[in-house]
Design a protein around this ligand. Structure first.
Ligand code: PLP
Length: 287
């Protein structure tokens, strides 16, 4: 089955999709993105992703090319046309293609944003073999820019970080700034000690994860204790449990940090329970 993608108002087979070489997303990483998960053919936390998209665009002074209902319609069309049961929808908005390269932003009246969406099916999203084993992380310096709260497409350092982890036989990297963990390469990071969940507070240092917001809400509703503050690498290594959250991995247990096993070296009970709650509640609220 040929995948149908969306480019600037049109649905087409992926092989027919074309973007200008002058697109500022391509030349300057001048664009933002969102990833929304699909379970049972329905969208998880669409409102959260739409709200963050609006904020990211606003911070970069790019006009939102579509209203909420139009975005929702494109998401639903792509899920339907590609028969996605479990998977993701990737969306990207760039400042467009002004027809030449220039550091100065183009006039938005003559250069429209470029909008691209495509789907990725993943039948093993809910019943993930990785979630049963847990993942191993290594720590690396956080060398990203200072506006990590904006979900831009400049993902080179996170991608390099992932490769550094893989070269060391791990699955992912946790990034460190001034001795404290910021977040994972593509997820928010948490530790659990004596039943208390600790994760870095929101600021420009981390992406404000949509899954993070939902998971912390569910944790508090389940009477789990949550502390939003910095935590060090040493504190993380002596934690009872750890996990990461993202739209595409939900709650993913972490079983070792820089080769130090946490607890029994298997997914911890609280992380496992939070994953179950998150999937159950998200399924109920999906649209
Ligand atoms: N932090 C970073 C750096 C990310 O790239 C992501 C997701 O891509 C997240 C956190 C998790 O965000 P969300 O839960 O909205 O997927």
């Amino acid at each position: 089955m040929t995948r149908i993608v969306y480019v600037n108002g049109d649905y087409m087979p992926e092989g027919d999709a074309k973007i200008s070489i002058f697109d500022r997303g391509f030349l300057m990483a001048d664009g933002v993105y969102e990833v929304t998960t699909v379970i049972d053919g329905k969208l998880i936390d669409f409102e959260g992703h739409f709200t963050r998209l609006e904020r990211s665009l606003g911070e970069l002074d790019i006009a939102n090319p579509m209203d909420r209902d139009a975005w929702l319609e494109v998401h639903r069309q792509l899920v339907g046309q590609n028969a996605v049961d479990q998977g993701m929808i990737y969306l990207q908005v760039t400042r467009g293609a002004p027809g030449d390269r220039d550091f100065v932003f183009p006039d938005p009246d003559t250069t429209a944003p470029t909008v691209v969406l495509f789907t990725q099916s993943n039948p093993a999203l809910v019943d993930s073999p990785k979630a049963k084993k847990g993942i191993k992380v290594v720590t690396i310096d956080d060398l990203r820019w200072g506006r990590r709260d904006i979900k831009t497409v400049q993902l080179l350092y996170p991608s390099m970080g992932k490769m550094m982890a893989i070269k060391q036989g791990a699955d992912d990297a946790w990034m460190v700034q001034d001795g404290a963990i910021t977040e994972g390469t593509s997820n928010n990071a948490y530790i659990i000690k004596d039943g208390k969940i600790v994760t870095r507070a929101l600021s420009n240092d981390i992406l404000h994860g949509i899954t993070r917001a939902a998971v912390l809400r569910f944790a508090r509703e389940a009477q789990m204790r949550v502390e939003e503050r910095n935590f060090t690498v040493e504190e993380a290594k002596s934690a009872d449990e750890a996990f990461v959250t993202s739209a595409s991995t939900f709650v993913m247990p972490v079983v070792s940090i820089d080769g130090t096993e946490l607890g029994t070296g298997t997914p911890g009970p609280l992380a496992t329970r939070l994953r179950e709650i998150y999937i159950e509640e998200s399924r109920k609220a999906a649209i």
